[in-house]
Design a protein around this ligand. Structure first.
Ligand SMILES: Nc1ncnc2c1ncn2[C@@H]1O[C@H](COP(=O)(O)OP(=O)(O)O)[C@@H](O)[C@H]1O
Ligand SMILES: [Mg+2]
Length: 255
């Protein structure tokens, strides 16, 4: 872990708000910008990264070390979904998860990296707890949708992160608005100013506002990310904006 400069975890209060979507697109955008990136899927019960990246090969094992799968010239990826069948469930208790996560961190040939992005399951369970006990993160990115009902869960995740001695870098307001496919107009599903409202309520910086884009879900289901396959789109721009905000939060340099 000492050879990885920046470590960022993606967390949320709820499931289905877009953590894995954010993790995948941030990792690919960073890699495209020339950073060396590792993406580690810590959603042990719902590993979605292999499908979203269209990775079919498994990691290999060399000299007792796990060798993560390569994705493009400067990104490596590891997910439990590459080690067990996609449709097979893992039934593990906390201690077993803890040792699996420990192994992913220390028995994997990660090499030298500028960034490691950790994708987590929803909420503040075993996986987030183990990660935050084992690794000093640069910070946590919280993903939320703009409904007020999501806020209690987000606050719980904020307090959990702080109790673990880690910092929250800011939040991502996902599925905040959509673009009308007919007239191209912007539809603010949860009010016009949802990012500012959330920012005030949470006391956190909004790192990016991402539109709801049906094509994004369809593309990710078939292994196509927004960065490489939706160039020029609002979603691509929003993920690039997120990467720029992150780099600036980390002091303006990633390398
Ligand atoms: N901005 C968005 N627009 C459209 N679909 C999205 C968006 N963000 C996420 N999705 C879709 O919503 C579903 C849940 O997202 P996911 O990233 O798996 O959430 P989580 O990891 O938080 O459970 C996925 O099918 C994903 O493609
Ligand atoms: Mg997920």
């Amino acid at each position: 872990m000492a050879r990885i400069r920046h470590k960022i975890a993606i967390l949320s209060g709820k499931g289905g708000v877009g953590k894995t979507t954010v993790a995948v697109n941030v990792a690919v955008a960073l890699a495209e910008e020339g950073f060396r990136v590792a993406l580690l899927d810590l959603d042990l019960h719902g590993p979605n990264i292999p499908r979203m990246l269209g990775i079919e090969e498994g990691p290999s094992v060399q000299e007792g070390m796990i060798v993560p799968a390569k994705y493009g010239p400067n990104m490596v990826v590891l997910s439990i979904g590459m080690l067990v069948d996609q449709d097979q469930a893992v039934a593990w208790r906390g201690p077993l998860k803890h040792s699996a996560i420990q192994q992913f961190l220390s028995d994997t040939a990660w090499g030298e990296q500028d960034f490691m992005i950790f994708d987590l399951p929803p909420g503040t369970g075993d996986e987030a707890l183990s990660l935050m006990q084992l690794v000093k993160l640069d910070g946590v990115v919280l993903v939320t949708t703009p409904q007020r009902v999501a806020l209690d869960d987000v606050m719980r995740a904020v307090h959990f992160t702080e109790e673990m001695g880690q910092q929250v870098l800011g939040f991502v307001n996902n599925m905040a608005y959509t673009i009308c496919p007919h007239c191209g107009g912007r539809i603010d599903i949860f009010g016009k100013d949802s990012s500012n409202v959330l920012s005030e309520l949470l006391g956190l910086e909004c790192l990016a506002t991402i539109p709801l884009e049906p094509k994004l879900a369809e593309f990710l289901d078939t292994g196509k990310n927004a960065i490489m396959h939706m160039r020029g789109s609002e979603v691509e721009k929003a993920f690039r904006q997120l990467v720029a905000s992150l780099i600036s939060r980390l002091g303006g340099e990633g390398k």
